[in-house]
Write a protein that binds this ligand. Structure first.
Ligand SMILES: [Zn+2]
Ligand SMILES: [Zn+2]
Length: 178
């Protein structure tokens, strides 16, 4: 087992399925998963003209809150995130870097005028968290239709892929812990 992956539901965001996300991560990644409570002021990252938070700046702050060198940290927020060249992002991470961030804002059915579905929201969140952590573990986008590392721009594309890695991606992740 490698160094831990710290999972922080940011600023007290605690969806009813938070523990299930942790369980799924523990079942998918060959690393110890630790939940941490992390709160910091998001206002400096808010862009009022877009009514969104700047993902890259949030990522930089998460980096500074990494509890243990060599570990990874993923922050999960319900705030809408953007990077300047894109309308929105489901998440962001640095390839082979220590930090990742995921937003559930656009994973909610309600964002598309559809009835709430907590089960679907949990499933989408797990996929996006695994995806961003995959990047943090050095994986690039995968062409396998079902692989969680397949790129998804729209929520429909998130729904089409599985929550797990294809054989190739899983082997690459496992090789890092050897
Ligand atoms: Zn990606
Ligand atoms: Zn793959």
């Amino acid at each position: 087992m490698g160094p831990p992956v710290f999972v922080a539901f940011l600023n007290g965001y605690t969806p009813p399925w938070a523990d299930q996300v942790i369980e799924r991560l523990a079942a998918t990644l060959p690393y110890p998963i630790r939940r941490v409570d992390l709160r910091f002021d998001l206002r400096p990252y808010y862009a009022p003209e877009r009514r969104q938070h700047h993902a890259t700046l949030l990522l930089a702050t998460l980096l500074r809150h990494l509890p243990e060198p060599g570990g990874k940290i993923v922050g999960i927020t319900c705030e809408d995130l953007f990077i300047p060249v894109l309308t929105f992002v489901f998440g962001q991470s640095q390839l082979d870097g220590p930090a990742a961030v995921v937003s559930t804002y656009r994973l909610h059915n309600e964002s598309y005028g559809l009835p709430a579905d907590e089960e679907l929201l949990r499933a989408r969140t797990v996929k996006e968290v695994v995806h961003e952590l995959g990047h943090a573990f050095g994986l690039v986008h995968c062409r396998d239709q079902r692989c969680v590392m397949r790129a998804s721009t729209y929520v429909e594309e998130v729904d089409l892929k599985d929550a797990g890695f294809c054989d190739t991606c899983r082997t690459m992740i496992a090789a890092r812990t050897a």
